[in-house]
Structures are given as structure tokens and as C-alpha cells.
Design a protein around this ligand. Structure first.
Ligand code: GLA
Length: 393
């Protein structure tokens, strides 16, 4: 192509702005971990992070795969130092970030941190704009393994360009770091961010509710976020994931059934599983949801296909996710406000290719019969039936 037409075509295509070269192979399955924000907001601290890490060893979360512990907004001082470097707030993090990272690594975790592509973070702390390479070197020197980059106060900055610069800065700093884009889907990152980062938020923030509207317009219920991700499934795959935001499992505002369904759907979406509850004092039923290895296996399936919405009926939705070895996960949601008897007739699942499947009820952890039998159960409001189908004979 001649130069001018090529330039014009590039100007029209945001993808051309994204020639970044992220570290490959870091997130072949969706990242799993824990983040300070959903429960503690600005009250992150070294003691909270250490106690959480210790709790995640004791309660089995680390061994279930939750390895990234991420410090979100409000960790720094309000001003950079005289050299322009970010400084951890010594009142919150008296031992400093390097020591905290060392502690997390010594316990078998990976260390995640937060910054913002704008001039200030959403909490009003210094943003990364204009300091990208300096900041990336600093994160690398602290042993950071995962970096979430927000989008507040970005002014007139260009989205793809801002994230590409930070991706380049991480590459230049030389430490393999999972790059988590958090521009809320505003610039359709699924179209350009695959070479830039490993996961990208597709929406605004989650709140602890099913249908949203609880606190403010900016916070969504998980069912709203689920709906907003319809159609994006084709953009996700090993190393590049749609991120419908962190988990609210176990947080006040969700019934246990809603937490179970929320977790089921994040696994159906091959979403990053970043817990956001206080895991130091979690009810056993909540722990059982977060550490259910058969449900997590649906999320972490190596094929890396995101699930899709197959059918919407009155008070019922059916979602499906293709797994490796021709297996499938099928999730049926009661969208009604009352318990209801739901039926899944496998004959309706026109995407199935094999003659016969063995069917497991995943939450009940028991065989649910063969594919030729309809599966009927009483399902609570906003709860699910979750099945795994394996080709059989
Ligand atoms: C934005 C992000 C959230 C969280 C807050 C912190 O709202 O989307 O996930 O990081 O900022 O201020």
C-alpha cells in the first residue's frame, strides 16, 4: 500500500496504534487472585495484605489457584518525590512495597499493583501519565507481577495509545508482568488490546448486587455486566481475556444463591477470578463457592473459549461454554424473582455434536444422567443449574 493511503487506513483503525509487544505466555488461563478494592476501597495496607495472604494459604484459596494478590487504588502518597517517583504511603505500608512483594512471593503468591493512565487515579493519587517508563521500572524493582491500569482523569488522552505506552514501558523494564487494562470498555479494547495486555475490562464497575442500581449509576449488578458481555466472547482466548470486573462473591448485597450464580457465570465467561471479599473472615459456604475445583476448572479450561448466551426464555437463560476434549459446560439461570422449577432438555442444545453425553451436575458433584434425559430441578431466584457434558457412549 502507498504511504498516504496506508496512513489514512491506520488512522481509521485503532488497531494500528497498538503495535505493542506484551510478554507472552503469562495468562494462558484467566488470572486468579484477590484485590483490595471491592471490600476495602481506599483502606488498603500492608497488614491487610499480609493477613489476607496468610488466610488464603490457610483456607485453601492459594492452592485452588488464587495466586495474584493485588493492591488497588490509594496505596501511594499524594505527591511524587523530588525525582518524580511514586512513594508508598509509609503509614499504610511501613515496610515498603519491595518487602511486601518479597513476603507474598515467599508464601507462593504473585504481587499485583494498581496505577492509572490519567493524571490522577480515581482516588486522587498520582497517575502514570508522562511517567510510564519510570513507573514501570519502579514496579519491576518492587517485584510486581501484575499491573492494573485505570482510566480516571485521562483528559483528552487517546485510549489505545495510552495503554500501548504503558505496555511498552513494562516491556522495557524487562520484568514479565501481567498487564490488566481497566478503561471500562470505553474504547472497545477487545478490538485492539490483544498485543497490549493480557486482560481488559469490558464495562464499568461491579457492585455487590444482582441487578444494580443499589448505590450509584456507575456500579452495576453482576447480571447487568453479564448481559453487557454478550457478543464479546469471540475476542477472548489464551493470553487475552475479557474482564467483566472482579468478584463480589460473599459480599453483603448478594444472597448465597446469587453469589453461587455470579461465580458460575464468571467461570462460564472465562473471566479473571479476582476475589473481592474479606477472605480473613469468610463463611464456610462462601469459601466452598470460591474454592470449588470443578467450577474453577470450567473457568480455567485450557481451550480458553468464553461461553455464550444460547437462549433467553421468560425467567430462564441458558449459557454454554465449549471446553477441551469436546466437553461442554451448560449453565441455566433462574432470572425470576422467586424459586422455580427449571428444565434443561439436552435436545434443545443444537450446538452439541456428539450422539451421547454423560452429564454431571457440577455444584452437586454427582452424575445427573445421560444427555437424553431432561434435567429438572427447583432453582432459587437468581440461582443456577450448572452441568458438565462429556462425550460418552
Ligand atoms: C475504578 C476501577 C475500579 C477501582 C477504582 C479505584 O473505578 O474501575 O476497579 O480500581 O477505580 O479507585
Amino acid at each position: 500500500m502507498k504511504t498516504l493511503p496506508r496512513l489514512l487506513a491506520c488512522a481509521a483503525l485503532a488497531a494500528c496504534a497498538a503495535k505493542a509487544d506484551k510478554f507472552d505466555g503469562l495468562a494462558l488461563t484467566p488470572p486468579m487472585g484477590w484485590n483490595t478494592w471491592n471490600t476495602f476501597a481506599g483502606n488498603c495496607s500492608e497488614s491487610l495484605v499480609r493477613d489476607t495472604a496468610d488466610a488464603m494459604v490457610a483456607n485453601g484459596m492459594r492452592d485452588a489457584g488464587y495466586t495474584y494478590i493485588v493492591i488497588d487504588d490509594c496505596w501511594s502518597m499524594k505527591e511524587r518525590d523530588k525525582d518524580g517517583s511514586l512513594v508508598a504511603d509509609p503509614a499504610k505500608f511501613p515496610s515498603g512495597m519491595k518487602a511486601l512483594g518479597d513476603y507474598l512471593h515467599s508464601k507462593g503468591f504473585k504481587f499485583g499493583m494498581y496505577g492509572c493512565a490519567g493524571k490522577t487515579t480515581c482516588g486522587g493519587y498520582p497517575g502514570g501519565r508522562g511517567h510510564e517508563f519510570q513507573d514501570a521500572r519502579q514496579y519491576a524493582s518492587w517485584g510486581v507481577d501484575y499491573f492494573k491500569y485505570d482510566w480516571c482523569d485521562h483528559g483528552t488522552a487517546n485510549g489505545p495509545e495510552s495503554y500501548r505506552i504503558m505496555s511498552d514501558a513494562i516491556r522495557a523494564a524487562g520484568r514479565p508482568i501481567v498487564f490488566s487494562l481497566c478503561e471500562w470498555g470505553q474504547n472497545q479494547p477487545w478490538l485492539w488490546a490483544e498485543p497490549v495486555g493480557h486482560l481488559w475490562r469490558t464495562t464499568g464497575d461491579i457492585g455487590a448486587s444482582y441487578a444494580g442500581g443499589a448505590k450509584n449509576k456507575w456500579e452495576h449488578g453482576w447480571k447487568q455486566l453479564l448481559d453487557m458481555n454478550v457478543g464479546l466472547e469471540k475476542y477472548a482466548g489464551p493470553g487475552h481475556w475479557n474482564d467483566p470486573d472482579m468478584l463480589e462473591v460473599g459480599n453483603k448485597g448478594l444472597t448465597l444463591a446469587e453469589s453461587r450464580a455470579h461465580f458460575s457465570f464468571w467461570c462460564m465467561l472465562a473471566a479473571p477470578l479476582i476475589a473481592g471479599n474479606d477472605v480473613r473472615q469468610m463463611a464456610p459456604e462462601v469459601r466452598a463457592i470460591l474454592t470449588n475445583k470443578d467450577v474453577i476448572a470450567i473457568d480455567q479450561d485450557p481451550l480458553g473459549h468464553e461461553g455464550f448466551r444460547f437462549r433467553v426464555d421468560k425467567d430462564k437463560e441458558i449459557w454454554a461454554k465449549e471446553l477441551s476434549n469436546k466437553e461442554w459446560a451448560v449453565c441455566v439461570l433462574n432470572t425470576g424473582a422467586a424459586p422455580a422449577q427449571l428444565t434443561l432438555d439436552m435436545h434443545d442444545l443444537t450446538f452439541l455434536t456428539e450422539q451421547y453425553y454423560d452429564v454431571t451436575d457440577v455444584w452437586a458433584a454427582k452424575r445427573a444422567g445421560g444427555a437424553n434425559d431432561p434435567h429438572t430441578a427447583m432453582v432459587d431466584a437468581h440461582d443456577v443449574m450448572l452441568f458438565r457434558l462429556k462425550p460418552g457412549s
